[in-house]
Design a protein around this ligand. Structure first.
Ligand SMILES: Nc1ncnc2c1ncn2[C@@H]1O[C@H](COP(=O)(O)OP(=O)(O)OP(=O)(O)O)[C@@H](O)[C@H]1O
Length: 685
């Protein structure tokens, strides 16, 4: 394949390392690069100079391929950047971005080892280079944490990472900012040294115009265009200047004069016409490879490399190890959440104040007996007069008033014994209850407790004849579940899935956002890590975290809170892990689509309540009105929660539709989210 690629290269391409022709790039409406032409000769140092904001960084990003150009052609070491099968991005290029692009939790040694792994260096090679670079760049000892280094030291570590694998092309964005003059001179000396072999080429941007005199070629850039390009001495001579700075000033003045004379003349016809260039005359509109061959190369190129995935996973694990507090929090948070749910949601209300108005005075009256069966832990009885009780409930002091008439005992006896009784007897033999129904759960509990107390009272009074006073509806032994099943039992499976899902979203949603912001994503990409590899590495390392979370969650719900599990524990674990993967992949979608932390946080939080409510986790799906019910059923957690309840409480297996449907929907969402995230990340890098 290598031979194929080389055979298709145009004659003369070896003379230059980078060639840009008519390159245009805009950010929205802002044109940053306009018909820019630039040539970096092979084996030379190219100093790219220009004022702040003229587009130098943008151009370098286009050269390494992290930004796409709107028009024109760029060739780097023989092929366009990111061309299938090309080692740019990859080992052939060492890129030092303007942002420091370093992992703060890493030591210097971790940083260089990480990039060494990605470039496929052996640990011995990495070690040798590390020793050289630490000495050469005057770095502190290799176990120093990056976050404890000064700005200048970090910049030197970043430069070290770019130099690590002895690349054929070095792309350095402001490597000498914040570096003392002695070290700056040393860096330039090193660059001069490495290009002497003729195999290494360097493009470097700097604010210190005079230091660029050591470059073989300089390009002077302004407003997204190259004003001049050539050896420093030639540029100075052409403008009769004694310094590069002076030559640059003159060029700017000339450019401004010509610009104002031409007024509205189209861009791209300015002083650039006078610039020198190192053109080899190749027609760049021709593809380098034929389409079918390119497609074959691309197919091989998309296969993820384990080497990169392993390097990224080790990176994540090292970072986790360096933040033990955060790791403990990640492991404990789900347990805290599920414990709070089991303790606080779905149980019976306790200590509810109820006023009792009992007009029977005899201690042997039935009313006293009936009240003695009322569950004291849930219902706290306060004996009051009729007026005090009603005033109390109106003032919100009591949740209900239970009233007994003065003939309750005799009327109730008549009701039980006689076949036909008058309405007055029925009324006088009834317990009268006034409820504050503003809290439905408390009101339902009071009704239930009164029914239970009455049943217990009847049982005690009538013994084996109690069936005569029973309702003509008999609830037999339940087929699934138990008579004591409370609301907590319903909520817990859905809550476990929801906690796993949202923690995974939370852990993932910010991952790429922060790495992109700090330039790390681009740096890894230029080092040869593909979007797919980044995605897979993140997925695998987060799987480790959610596995620990799931084990702790299950230990708590099954052993501490004694939730029943009638089905296969393996199925339960697999379903929860798959839901964790849904959370990770959804987090990856957010992370790849959104640029700033605030928006990523808003997106993750924004879906929390709608999903929780619509997935039937805290209230049955059957209560959702119809058009919304369809939406609910399409969500990732609705069928999954139902499946988990069926496994745990009914003991069902995969042969049941309600179980396999939960797995199928979860897998469908996982695939969709992962593909979507990979596509977005690929389109954006
Ligand atoms: N992501 C972006 N979105 C919108 N505009 C951008 C973005 N990045 C850069 N720009 C704009 O593009 C222009 C060129 O920026 P660039 O960073 O390429 O300049 P530069 O020459 O490298 O400057 P400096 O020397 O200060 O680093 C600037 O006006 C900048 O505001």
């Amino acid at each position: 394949m290598k031979a194929d690629l080389e055979a298709s290269l145009p004659a003369g391409q070896d003379e230059y390392a980078i060639r840009c022709r008519d390159v245009c790039r805009s950010y929205g409406k802002l044109k940053v690069l306009t018909n820019l032409n630039l040539t970096v000769p092979q084996g030379q140092i190219y100093g790219l100079l220009g004022p702040s904001g003229c587009g130098k960084t943008t151009l370098l990003k286009c050269i390494v391929g992290t930004l796409k150009i709107s028009r024109g052609h760029i060739t780097v070491l023989g092929k366009p950047p990111a061309f299938p099968g090309h080692a740019v991005p990859g080992k052939m290029v060492g890129y030092m971005p303007q942002e420091l692009a370093l992992y703060n939790e890493f030591t210097i040694s971790d940083t260089l080892t990480f990039f060494g792994r990605i470039h496929g260096l052996t640990s011995k090679e990495t070690q040798t280079r590390m020793e050289f670079l630490i000495d050469f760049l005057d770095l502190p000892q290799k176990h120093s944490l990056v976050r404890n280094l000064s700005g200048g030291q970090r910049r030197r570590v970043s430069l070290g990472a770019a130099l690590l694998q002895n690349p054929e092309l070095l792309i350095l964005d402001e490597p000498t900012v914040g570096v003392d003059p002695v070290l700056r001179a040393k860096i330039w000396q090193h660059l001069v040294e490495i290009v002497k072999t003729g195999k290494v080429s360097v493009i470097i941007t700097t604010h210190y115009i005079e230091e660029a005199r050591q470059a073989n070629v300089v390009g002077l850039m302004r407003n997204g265009r190259l004003l001049a390009e050539g050896p420093p001495e030639a540029v100075m001579k052409q403008h009769s200047a004694t310094t590069l700075e002076h030559a640059f000033l003159q060029l700017c003045e000339t450019s401004d004069r010509v610009g104002s004379k031409r007024g509205s003349s189209p861009q791209g016809t300015g002083p650039l016409e006078n610039s020198q260039s190192f053109d080899s005359g190749r027609d760049e509109s021709q593809p380098i490879l034929q389409n079918s061959r390119a497609a074959r190369v691309r197919a091989r190129h998309v296969l993820p490399k384990w080497r990169n995935i392993t390097a990224l996973m080790i990176k994540t694990l090292v970072r986790m190890k360096r933040m033990p507090g955060s790791l403990c929090f990640q492991f404990l948070l789900p347990v805290i959440q599920i414990s709070l749910i089991c303790l606080c949601v779905g149980g019976d209300p306790r200590g509810i104040q109820v006023a009792v108005v009992n007009n029977e005075t005899s201690s042997s009256a039935y009313s006293h007996s009936l009240l003695s069966f009322l569950d004291n832990s849930s219902v706290h009885q306060v004996h009051l007069s009729h007026k005090e009780a009603l005033d109390g409930i109106y003032n919100g002091e009591y949740w209900g008033v239970i009233g007994f008439g003065q003939n309750f005992t005799s009327y109730l006896t008549k009701r039980m014994i006689q076949r036909q009784v008058s309405r007055d007897v029925v009324d006088g033999g009834s317990v009268h209850v006034w409820l504050d129904l503003t809290n439905r759960q408390i009101a339902l509990m009071l009704q239930k407790k009164l029914h239970e107390a009455f049943q217990a009272f009847v049982d005690s009074k009538l013994g084996s004849m109690a069936y005569m006073a029973a309702l003509p509806i008999k609830f037999e032994e339940p087929i699934y579940g138990s008579q004591n099943t409370d609301f907590t039992t319903f909520v817990t499976p859905g809550a476990v899935l929801s906690i796993t899902f949202y923690l995974a979203v939370g852990l993932t949603a910010l991952s790429f956002v922060l790495e992109r912001k700090e330039g790390l994503l681009d740096r890894c990409w230029v080092a040869g890590v593909s979007s797919m590899e980044t995605m897979l590495a993140h997925l695998f390392s987060q799987l480790f975290v959610i596995s620990v979370q799931i084990i702790m969650l299950l230990l708590f719900i099954l052993l501490v809170f004694k939730m029943p599990n009638e089905g296969s524990l393996v199925l339960v674990i697999i379903l929860i892990v798959l839901q964790g993967v849904t959370g990770i992949s959804f987090g990856l979608v957010i992370s790849s689509a959104i640029d700033d932390e605030q928006s990523a946080n808003q997106a993750a939080l924004g879906i929390f309540y709608p999903n929780l409510i619509l997935s039937g986790i805290i209230w049955p799906v059957e209560c959702i009105p119809y058009p919304l019910r369809y939406l609910s059923l399409a969500l990732p957690q609705t069928y999954a929660s139902e499946a988990l309840r069926c496994i745990m409480y009914r003991g069902w297996g995969l042969s049941r539709m309600m179980v396999w449907r939960g797995f199928a929907v979860t897998l469908g969402w996982n695939t969709f989210f992962l593909i979507l995230a990979t596509v977005i990340l690929k389109l954006r890098t």
